[in-house]
Design a protein around this ligand. Sequence first.
Ligand code: AKG
Ligand code: FE2
Length: 217
Amino acid sequence: MSEPLFPARPVEIAPGAVHVPGWLDPDAQRVLVERCRGWAVGPAGMRRHRMPRGGVMSVSMASLGLHWAPYRYAATLPDGTPVTPFPPDLGALARSGVETAYGAPLPDGTPDYDVALVNFYDADARMGMHRDADEQADVPVVSLSLGDTCVFRFGNTETRTRPYTDVELRSGDLFVFGGPSRRAYHGVPRTRPGTGPEGIGLPAGRLNITIRASGLG
Ligand SMILES: O=C(O)CCC(=O)C(=O)O
Ligand SMILES: [Fe+2]
């Protein structure tokens, strides 16, 4: 295997929160986009969830492994439709992402990755500041970005507001948040329509895959 021209270099954004620009090469991105297309179709495909106070999320989501809707995981969709199974190779990809981000593999005995959320952002979609707090296991979240660039706002564990750091996540970027940042607030205030690369099969919009260990197995 030849060395990449620009090797992916981890950048620490906060303790335990690491951005690795350009982690996935274009071929890997294309394969993931194609798989997202498969996960996006029904019956357990993409949907826009209603929030507890009535608003509808602007991001469309599909769940793998367990069905997530604000704010819990469930074994099936509300109508009993089975959830798309979590593909084991996504777990292996997540572990490899953690190893790249932290420079060390996850310790033996770490619970397995078993769920993923596949998020699609059209030009107007955004995600408010929130914590990924419905998992029972303290295992880093692994996030992969495809298509349009976004502004990813990574904050602190106490408040939805400052201090936070805005990071541009581009197609192929990896972001891992664990340890002291596992429960930090984060969100996507905007995407940058039209910035995605050609040739990965995503002419418009942004896909994000977050891979998690639910600890609920
Ligand atoms: O789209 C992103 O980069 C973040 C997604 C996210 O925070 C989530 O799915 O919980
Ligand atoms: Fe999140």
